[in-house]
Design a binder for this molecule. Structure first.
Ligand SMILES: O=C(CO)[C@@H](O)[C@H](O)COP(=O)(O)O
Length: 231
């Protein structure tokens, strides 16, 4: 089901030395969530920020924190993040041992802490893996680039993956948010994923590298809204 598109600026593209100022700009500019890219240098080939940073963001943020854990062994580290009550916590399917029940365990840990749970998939992970979990999730994150860096190009066909998740959710009679991350700005990929059923668009360089971040957020949102309406 189409909802008003939500823009979640990815702080990987923000100025880490001026984070509070950048956060205020995107809040005032109409961002729905702050997308927090946690990378451990192991699950992905980049290292960003961790628990103290998330705790600090939670203290200053006026809009929900959407924490995307791109880390190995998330079950070990989840409690550290959950202690600070991010609004959404996303774990990667590929970082969990499904056969050992770790996907359910991670989702349950997130819910038990009172947070909303999401599962993320890398671009080459079959969306069918979500089917057993779709009814438990508040959000699904479809990566439209290989996680690790901002400024990459959208991987063609990601919109078809979004459409498949939207269909899966409809079949299950549930309506999790569908978030897409990577290569989105005022461009065709944004139009494609919005038309396919994306609710939350993560944009790093598209928001933070713009001279007017608020205008960039509104322009991406308008682009997605038009595409939802088939315009
Ligand atoms: O998690 C990631 C990359 O791993 C993303 O959130 C990027 O930070 C998005 O950046 P752009 O592609 O929008 O510049």
């Amino acid at each position: 089901m189409f909802t008003e598109p939500k823009i979640a600026p990815s702080i990987l593209s923000a100025d880490f030395m001026n984070m509070e100022k950048d956060i205020r700009e995107i809040e005032e500019g109409g961002a729905a969530f702050i997308h927090v890219d946690v990378m451990d240098g192991h699950f992905v080939p980049n290292l960003t920020l961790g628990v103290p940073f998330v705790a600090g963001l939670k203290r200053i943020a006026n809009i929900p924190l959407d924490v995307h854990l791109m880390i190995s062994n998330p079950l070990e580290q989840l409690p550290w993040y959950l202690e600070h009550q991010p609004d959404f916590v996303t774990v990667h399917f590929e970082s969990l041992d499904e056969a050992a029940g770790e996907v359910d365990k991670a989702v349950d840990m997130i819910h038990d802490a009172g947070c909303k749970a999401a599962i993320a998939l890398k671009p080459d992970c079959d969306v069918e893996v979500l089917r057993p979990y779709i009814s438990k999730l508040e959000m699904v994150l479809i990566m439209s680039v290989y996680p690790g860096f901002s400024g990459q190009s959208y991987i063609e066909g990601s919109d078809q993956r979004v459409a498949a998740v939207a269909a899966m959710a409809r079949e299950a009679g549930v309506d999790p948010l569908i978030e897409v991350d990577g290569g989105l700005s005022v461009n065709d990929p944004t139009r494609l994923v919005a038309a396919a059923g994306a609710d939350v668009l993560v944009a790093g360089s598209g928001c933070f590298k713009a001279a007017d971040r608020g205008a960039a957020i509104q322009a991406i949102k308008a682009t997605a809204a038009k595409a939802q309406q088939g315009a």
